[in-house]
Ligand binder design. Structure first.
Ligand SMILES: CCCCCCCCCCCCCCCC(=O)SCCNC(=O)CCNC(=O)[C@H](O)C(C)(C)COP(=O)(O)OP(=O)(O)OC[C@H]1O[C@@H](n2cnc3c(N)ncnc32)[C@H](O)[C@@H]1OP(=O)(O)O
Length: 154
């Protein structure tokens, strides 16, 4: 039920992500009427969510839980409803618990015009972070997370 990536979320973004070479991922997100701000245009906060999701997927490549500490988004072109944004993201450097990342989103093709760029600092946390601050996690959710790590890093 993740609002970013959950396939069963009724109004979520349904972002899909694929691991790339090295510490990179690529994702896509199609803007629908559920995501608009101004008539016919994506809401900036929703676009920020899509970037948080794709950037957050990078943590599966390093196998350590981390959360968004800081996220900056630059909106370079309006994104109309119906657009598919192709988002490429990379880990730029790691400094202690801080993971510096960047991403750019292109309109309707992997080499389309750049609509949005973002940079972020994720901070590595112990797995207990989610239990202490979130709700109790069912064993099936834990095994789903373990399966995801195994799928990304076989
Ligand atoms: C077992 C169950 C598993 C379940 C399976 C889980 C699956 C995993 C799903 C992930 C899903 C992802 C989804 C998308 C990503 C979100 O959306 S995550 C949700 C949004 N983010 C949050 O809720 C984070 C809230 N903030 C916090 O919890 C805490 O402030 C933080 C970020 C953990 C930092 O607190 P802290 O651990 O006390 O860190 P602290 O010791 O103060 O600082 C450590 C370092 O980080 C730096 N830092 C701290 N905060 C920041 C900041 N905001 N900006 C920049 N740098 C910072 C510090 O300057 C420090 O740097 P150094 O001094 O070492 O150079």
């Amino acid at each position: 039920m993740c609002v970013g990536c959950g396939p069963d979320h009724p109004t979520g973004l349904h972002v899909t992500v694929t691991a790339g070479e090295g510490l990179t991922v690529s994702g896509s997100f199609t803007v629908t009427d559920d995501h608009q701000g101004a008539p016919g245009l994506a809401h900036g906060g929703i676009l920020s969510l899509a970037f948080d999701e794709v950037l957050g997927s990078l943590i599966w490549l390093i196998g350590e839980p981390a959360v968004t500490g800081h996220l900056e988004t630059s909106y370079r072109r309006p994104v109309p409803v119906g657009t598919t944004l192709y988002i490429g993201a990379a880990i730029d450097r790691v400094d202690g618990r801080k993971i510096y990342m960047s991403a750019s989103g292109r309109e309707n093709a992997v080499d389309g015009p750049v609509s949005v760029t973002a940079s972020a600092v994720f901070v590595v946390v112990p797995a207990t972070h989610f239990v202490e601050h979130g709700r109790a996690v069912a064993p099936s959710e834990l095994s789903e997370a373990a399966a995801k790590v195994a799928e990304v890093n076989p």
